[in-house]
Design a binder for this molecule. Structure first.
Ligand code: FES
Length: 510
């Protein structure tokens, strides 16, 4: 299984490529096209197909290539945005709705596992949240009361399953964990078995209205559908949501412990960013999976430093024998703390989106499947208003506003530099990269392990912000809306659809 970075997640271990059934596109008009083959797209496609809609799922790379292959797969009914905050911002009734739909989402996971007989090591677990200072303890009490009012099964507990000092702890009952890749591979197969069409290597490059339906241009040819869902983390184009969602990266390690003291629960501290813990068995071996050190994408100079800090934190509390896997992944945080699931603002009525899941992608992916299936198959959902992406109204001239607000780079002038100039310009060790300025132009340079230089225009092909180098994952990441590119500029992550412009390096004298 492939992912969007140089590091390998624990879920990729011994996971082969997913091989979809072959399909030749015709002029058939599908009911729904789902763009994005992560857990959100796959689960939603299957639900819609089961509801009688003829669906096609288009994934630009391979399924699970993005965040779904790099999640830590915590299934929670409580969110990064606490119930105390949700109650304050959206009211008690809406806090109850969030708790209700989160429980329905976790139940849908269980239902799918049962219906398709999926072996994905799913187990229900208690989820511990614990405080470590006075302020956190006050906040924990508020969270407890709001969670109880919202309908969560919750209680105080006088111990936690981690060797870490704490003051107070609460436990959410019936949270869960699983092996995400085994789960979404099985759902992808179920979708195809139910006559759904799954295309990998199929990037959607354009969408046009054509009569009563939409026509998509793609790497595999034209695709027609009556409805479209973007399950790509953030939609392409320039949209209100690009201004209402910020990309973040989180860092994870799967470690073996010397003393076998693995937690038999999910656990979270209350720092910002917080640390999160669980145990996973893979091929008969146990691992502690722990994460944290989150930051806004491309806002950290050396991402290896995030792993160093995480490892030091784990070493302080656990008897770490070996770091077996480490990886990072990306998520989008909405400005008001709830995701945007529903009609995509500023587009025709038949285009939908799901984004802004924060660290709760496993739960909100299934909320999306429930909500959008109801909306598309039955015309309404109990939850559509709560998660409506149009809850914030666009302002006139919004697109220009976004462009102006972004830290954009001037139009690139030169597209050719000499090797001599480049070498004069920057000393790079193999595996290193840098964005450098030269005679008014900005160049993104990467030196590969064989000493070969790769130069690209650092202007992100979304709306021209300057990308930064992600040392750990060996990618060019955009700080504005989270597009990511390989070291030689190939687009890995939306909203960009085009590769970074390559710059020729030549031995000719200028
Ligand atoms: Fe929007 Fe790069 S400018 S993702």
């Amino acid at each position: 299984m492939q992912r969007d970075g140089a590091l390998t997640s624990i879920w990729q271990h011994n996971m082969p490529e997913y091989i979809p059934q072959t399909h030749t596109l015709t002029d058939e008009v599908f009911d729904v096209i789902i763009v994005g083959g992560g857990i959100t797209g796959i689960t939603t496609a299957l639900q819609l197909q089961k509801a009688g809609k003829k669906c096609i799922l288009a994934e630009a790379h391979t399924i699970g290539f993005g965040t779904s292959g790099g999640t830590t797969a915590h299934l929670n009914t409580f969110m990064d945005n606490s119930y105390a905050q949700i109650e304050k911002d959206f009211g008690e009734d809406n806090a109850q709705l969030v708790a209700t739909v989160a429980r329905e989402a976790l139940d849908l996971v269980k239902k799918n596992i049962k219906e398709y007989n999926i072996e994905c090591e799913h187990s229900e677990q208690p989820g511990y949240l614990y405080s470590q200072d006075k302020n956190q303890t006050k906040e924990l009490d508020e969270i407890y009361h709001a969670s109880q009012k919202a309908g969560c099964e919750i209680h105080y507990e006088d111990k936690i399953p981690l060797p870490i000092d704490f003051i107070k702890a609460i436990v959410y009952e019936r949270q869960a964990q699983f092996h995400p890749a085994k789960y979404f591979y099985a759902l992808a197969k179920a979708f195809e078995d139910a006559d759904g069409v799954l295309l990998q290597g199929c990037r959607i490059t354009g969408v046009h209205e054509k009569g009563d339906h939409l026509e998509m241009e793609s790497h595999r040819g034209k695709i027609q559908a009556r409805q479209l869902i973007y399950a790509t983390h953030i939609p392409p184009g320039v949209n209100l949501l690009h201004f209402r969602c910020a990309p973040y990266r989180s860092y994870v390690m799967a470690v073996k412990l010397k003393d076998d003291n693995y937690p038999d629960a999910l656990a979270y501290d209350m720092y910002d960013p917080y640390h999160y813990y669980r145990t996973q068995e893979v091929d008969g071996k146990k691992y502690l999976i722990a994460g944290g050190e989150d930051h806004k994408t491309a806002h950290e100079g050396n991402t290896n430093e995030c792993f160093r800090k995480l490892e030091a934190y784990l070493m302080k509390y656990f008897k770490v024998e070996e770091v077996s896997f480490k990886w990072s992944s990306q998520y989008f945080q909405s400005t008001d703390g709830l995701p945007y699931i529903g009609h995509l603002p500023g587009t025709p009525d038949n285009i939908f989106v799901a984004t802004g899941f924060g660290g709760n992608g496993m739960t909100y992916s299934h909320v999306t499947a429930l909500l959008l299936t109801d909306l598309i198959a039955n015309g309404k959902s109990r939850y559509e208003k709560l998660f409506d992406p149009n809850r914030i109204k666009p302002v006139a001239g919004f697109e220009n506003f976004v462009r102006e607000a972004a830290d954009v780079v001037a139009k690139f002038i030169a597209d050719r530099f000499t090797n001599v100039k480049i070498h004069e310009l920057v000393e790079l060790a193999p595996g290193e990269a840098k964005v450098v300025k030269y005679e008014g132009d900005t160049i993104a340079l990467y030196k590969d392990e064989n000493g070969g230089l790769h130069a690209v225009n650092p202007a992100c092909t979304h709306i021209n912000c300057i990308v930064g180098w992600n040392t750990a994952e060996q990618t060019w990441d955009c700080p504005c809306h989270g597009s990511r590119f390989s070291m030689d500029g190939k687009v890995l992550t939306a909203p960009a659809r085009k590769d970074l412009e390559k710059i020729s390096l030549t031995d000719l004298t200028p």
